[in-house]
Design a protein around this ligand. Structure first.
Ligand SMILES: *Cc1c(COP(=O)(O)O)cnc(C)c1O
Length: 428
């Protein structure tokens, strides 16, 4: 058995000063039981805890660490930038370079504004869509998470789902009255919502590949239908690519699936491990933002030089696409290994994968939306999670989270993971 003495001490102390002992709810391990370990350091595909335990990490700080933890070029870029000052609140050249990089990678983004988190990016994109279209209603999908903004915190997957209270206390009903929540992968539901709300829907926001209720894929033709419906109605299509951007392809899910949204939200990978968000899209829409237009949005630390330096280095390393080929290979190796392990153990698992994102649901039925995902056996997942952890593999501590493969995961790491999974499944 692994020793967690120091982690237990730290958690006990943390509980005195930090609500639930954590600064983001899912970290508390409530969905799988037990207590979280505390990280000491991370490098490449590995994390070490304060008791010296080593893990192969598939959380990757929830997505950003696509090049592996403490990637040397990123660390050097942050050090170099820090020598010149950690924040200016004055325009700087790094912001221009970052904007150009995003624009080159994602053709639908003609102009982009940097902010400090994915939450801010989605919140601002929604405000902008409403301001541009002069319509109040927004459509979102159940199981899609767009950060913890009031109007979007309805059936929001991830942490909220894990705790069984999809709506948060403290959000007045009047704040979400303009949010229409529909099931994912159901075109007829979207058509019906537009028919019931003529000339009132400002936009649809979605994760093009939802990764905050586990992971499921858009059915063929679904994203195309959303593009067509919004376009003919005059509503905006907003892709929340905070997780999928620079992950499913250099140009994100929109490149992978060949869809051109009006607005896109980014975060995670574009910060290279530092706190960053961004939203961008058609110039005519983006020019509605202050100081050019009437939609207000601002940020003291937006375009922060350390975050820009880290993010630029990450994006430059990802440019060219070789990293993505390797990620796809590793993902396929993992998928095949998991299928075989589950089959041999006789455990029903739906292993969904897209690019370097994956989720194994413990259910015998395919998972295409939130209600399918809710059929998975969460007690079984919790048992699986703890067995994997004991064997030195760190998966996200909830059935409703995606796993991430990084460029630092070797074929040998994947083999070890599959072997651990085979062992874990024997005991389920
Ligand atoms: C993580 C995430 C967010 C929120 O980003 P934060 O940086 O945690 O605020 C929004 N949308 C999606 C799709 C995400 O995965």
């Amino acid at each position: 058995m692994r020793n967690f003495t120091r982690s237990r001490e730290l958690f006990a102390e943390a509980l005195n000063y930090i609500p639930g002992g954590v600064n983001s709810p899912v970290r508390a391990f409530r969905a799988v039981g037990g207590q979280p370990f505390f990280a000491e350091r991370a490098k490449g595909a590995r994390v070490w805890d304060v008791d010296g335990n080593e893990y192969i990490d598939y959380v990757g700080t929830w997505g950003p660490a696509i090049l592996g933890h403490a990637h040397p070029p990123i660390i050097r870029a942050i050090q170099k930038a820090a020598e010149h000052g950690t924040s200016f609140g004055i325009p700087n050249a790094l912001e221009v370079r970052m904007a150009r990089l995003i624009r080159e990678a994602v053709p639908s983004v003609q102009k982009v504004r940097m902010c400090n988190s994915g939450t801010e990016a989605c919140m601002s994109a929604i405000r902008l869509a409403r301001g541009f279209t002069k319509r109040d209603k927004i459509i979102k999908f159940d199981g899609c998470y767009h950060g913890h903004t009031d109007s979007l915190l309805v059936k929001a997957g991830s942490g909220a789902l894990t705790f069984g209270n999809p709506d948060s206390a403290g959000v007045p009903a009047s704040f979400t009255q303009h949010t229409i929540v529909l099931p994912f992968n159901d075109v007829d539901a979207v058509k019906a919502a537009f028919a019931a709300n003529p000339d009132q829907v400002g936009g649809i926001i979605l994760e093009p590949v939802p990764g905050n209720a586990g992971l499921y894929l858009p059915k063929p033709g679904y994203l195309e239908a959303l593009r067509e419906i919004t376009q003919s109605d005059g509503a905006l299509l907003i892709f929340d690519e905070v997780m999928t951007g620079f992950r499913l392809a250099f140009g994100g899910a929109q490149q992978r699936f060949g869809i051109i949204p009006d607005l896109s939200c980014f975060g995670k990978i574009i910060g290279g491990g530092l706190p960053v968000g961004a939203f961008g899209g058609r110039a005519e829409i983006m020019d509605c933002l202050a100081p050019l237009g009437p939609v207000y949005q601002a940020g003291t630390l937006s375009g922060n030089p350390l975050a820009m330096a880290a993010g630029i280095t990450a994006l430059e390393e990802l440019q060219g696409g070789n990293v993505y080929c390797q990620l796809e290979e590793r993902a396929q190796q993992l998928e095949e290994g998991m299928h075989l392990a589950a089959k041999r153990a006789g455990v029903p698992v739906q292993f969904n994968a897209c690019g370097s994102m994956f989720c194994g649901y413990f259910t015998d039925k395919p998972v295409h939306n939130l209600s399918d995902a809710m059929h998975s056996d969460r007690a079984r997942f919790a048992k699986f999670f703890h067995s994997m952890l004991e064997q030195g593999v760190y998966l996200a501590p909830s059935q409703f989270e995606a796993g991430f493969i990084s460029a630092a995961h070797s074929a040998d790491d994947i083999d070890k993971t599959v072997a651990a999974a085979a062992e874990a499944m024997k005991g389920l």
